[in-house]
Design a protein around this ligand. Structure first.
Ligand code: NI
Length: 170
């Protein structure tokens, strides 16, 4: 598998699917390489496996690369084991191009995940990194930013998306 891979766009039903855990003996190295290539090419700061049609619990992120500070992370079977505070912030998504949605989330989390070497890690994240990790983790549960909005706010941003990318009947 080589990248960049096609990125699925909402409302593709695969983006609304709860993904399956990655098995311990599942070699994700090729997929991860292709996902980083896809994410940097897009360009974005995070990409979840279902966004490239792989319905497994895995995402990659690098919140600093656009500012010249490469911080690539591979998060396999991630879970939030602690969260604190709440903050609102604008979130884009490679699967909903052109839309920024204002989403309220905890602003400090501890993320537990397995890395590509099979090591379990607990990492404290805050600010944009915490937001990005939660956004990507949402993708693994079939949740997109629209699902985090009030019905009124959702109507407004969904309408702006439909104008940019009309959904055509099959
Ligand atoms: Ni996204």
């Amino acid at each position: 598998m080589t990248g960049p891979l096609p990125i699925l766009r909402w409302p593709d039903p695969r983006l609304a699917t709860v993904c399956a855990p990655v098995a311990a003996d599942d070699d994700m190295a090729d997929l991860v390489r292709a996902m980083f290539e896809t994410m940097y090419d897009a360009p974005g700061r995070g990409l979840a496996a279902p966004q490239v049609g792989v319905l497994k619990r895995l995402f990659v992120m690098d919140c600093g690369w656009k500012d010249g500070d490469m911080t690539p992370m591979v998060c396999i079977n991630p879970e939030i084991i602690r969260s604190e505070g709440m903050a609102s912030g604008a979130e884009g998504c490679l699967s909903i191009p052109g839309v920024l949605a204002e989403v309220m989330r905890p602003d400090r989390i501890t993320l537990r995940y397995r890395d590509l070497d099979g090591v379990t890690r607990d990492v404290d994240l805050d600010g944009f990194e915490a937001r990005c990790a939660q956004h990507e983790l949402d993708h693994l549960d079939g949740i997109i930013t629209f699902d985090r909005l009030s019905p009124e706010a959702r109507r407004v941003v969904e309408a702006s998306y439909s104008v940019s990318f009309p959904v055509r009947p099959a």
